[in-house]
Ligand binder design. Structure first.
Ligand SMILES: [Zn+2]
Length: 384
């Protein structure tokens, strides 16, 4: 008989601790939550410590030793998105019709409560075949500094997890694939001048329009050949256009912003270099392709790896859909997978509720997710 901490109460307490990602501001935004997690974990028989990432912002690492040094990593993020425009109180959790509302309810304090609750059950007794490390990291909603710091620390300390579960809302599905992205700006330039005398002058808006048409009509359709089973083909969309200074002035520049979604096997930096080469060969005059301002990696975990098959077995035995799933949005899992760790994404609540004015997590999914993670951590015998 093991003790089950009340994870609804735990989630409520964590929602009451604001941890909004400060983006570029230097503020220790997630640290009060990291300190709370460490204290809660120690109260429940685990070891915990904080590690500063930047600006006083700290990841929290919680360890529960098992019978073997083989390690399962549970990773999720401490930060949330902003609360402006929320129609529920972001920091006062409320329960209505079986749904718990508040900022972070599903993204990702719900998954964090699931992980802590499952680990506390193991700490209280029963089989503990493997060592479990929980990483609560900062900055997932911005530029992933938390997971990158965690990877560096694992490399320094020789921690090589046998598998990882990344906590995000997946409606209890096992996500093994998602896309990455590369975003950059393209600027066309011209001499400018009076618009009544445009002859012989390069108009950057015309160049930008030609570039946009080339990208939509020739470049993007060719990406279909790179489709992957769970996520489909890569994509490219021009998402912003900016140029011109007055209705009777020839523009001196026009800038396009593009969003190129990548699939497994594509390095976003290499995608940028190739795209830049194509554009400069085709539009040689006055065109600049700036370094990417956002890159992220795609995830494609082998569904046949022992860890993933084990997780699928646990899902199936618990009455949940064990089939691997692909999603469009990014997660920390793709960074963890860069180190060769089989990583899946799993958690209660739906991505459709994340970042919304009335974010919630269904309580039945919260408890079901906790049961799945406990069963995974108690699982003995690796390959089936
Ligand atoms: Zn998230």
């Amino acid at each position: 008989m093991t003790v089950r901490p009340d994870i609804e109460d735990l989630l409520g307490r964590m929602i009451r601790i604001p941890s909004v990602n400060p983006r570029e501001r230097a503020e220790p935004a997630e640290t009060p939550l990291a300190e709370f997690v460490a204290a809660w974990a120690e109260e429940h028989g685990m070891r915990a410590r904080l590690g500063e990432v930047a600006d006083g912002r700290a990841n929290v690492l919680v360890t529960l030793d098992g019978d073997s040094a083989e390690t399962v990593l549970l990773e999720t993020h401490l930060d949330t998105v902003e609360t402006a425009g929320m129609t529920v109180d972001p920091y006062e959790p409320t329960i209505k019709d079986g749904l718990l509302y508040g900022r972070g309810a599903c993204d990702a304090k719900g998954p964090l409560a699931v992980f802590l609750g499952a680990m506390a059950a193991l700490a209280a007794g029963g089989p503990r075949p493997r060592t479990v490390v929980l990483a609560g990291v900062v900055d997932e909603e911005h530029v992933y500094r938390g997971v990158q710091a965690m990877r560096r620390e694992f490399a320094e300390q020789g921690i090589a997890p046998a598998g990882a579960v990344v906590g995000e809302p997946t409606s209890l599905r096992m996500v093994t694939a998602h896309k990455g992205c590369m975003r950059c700006r393209i600027t066309a330039r011209g001499p400018g001048g009076h618009s009544s005398e445009p002859w012989g002058k390069t108009n950057p808006i015309t160049t930008a329009a030609r570039i946009a048409a080339y990208l939509a009509d020739e470049y993007a359709p060719a990406l279909d050949a790179l489709a992957r089973p769970l996520v489909g083909p890569p994509s490219l969309a021009v998402t912003m256009i900016d140029g011109g200074s007055g209705p009777n002035v020839l523009p001196e520049s026009a800038t396009l912003t593009l969003d190129r979604r990548t699939v497994a096997g594509e390095d976003p930096h290499e995608v940028w270099r190739e795209l830049r080469g194509l554009l400069l060969a085709r539009f040689p005059d006055g065109v600049e392709v700036a370094e990417p301002h956002v890159v992220d990696y795609a995830l494609e975990t082998d569904p046949e790896s022992a860890f993933v098959r084990g997780f699928a077995d646990v899902l199936g035995a618990s009455g949940h859909d064990p089939a691997p799933k692909g999603v469009g949005h990014g997660t920390d899992a793709s960074k963890i997978a860069l180190d060769g760790v089989p990583a899946v994404v799993f958690g209660p609540g739906a991505i459709a509720q994340a970042h919304t004015p009335a974010e919630f997590v269904p309580l039945d999914e919260l408890h079901a997710a906790r049961d799945v993670i406990e069963a995974l951590l108690r699982r003995t015998g690796g390959d089936r």
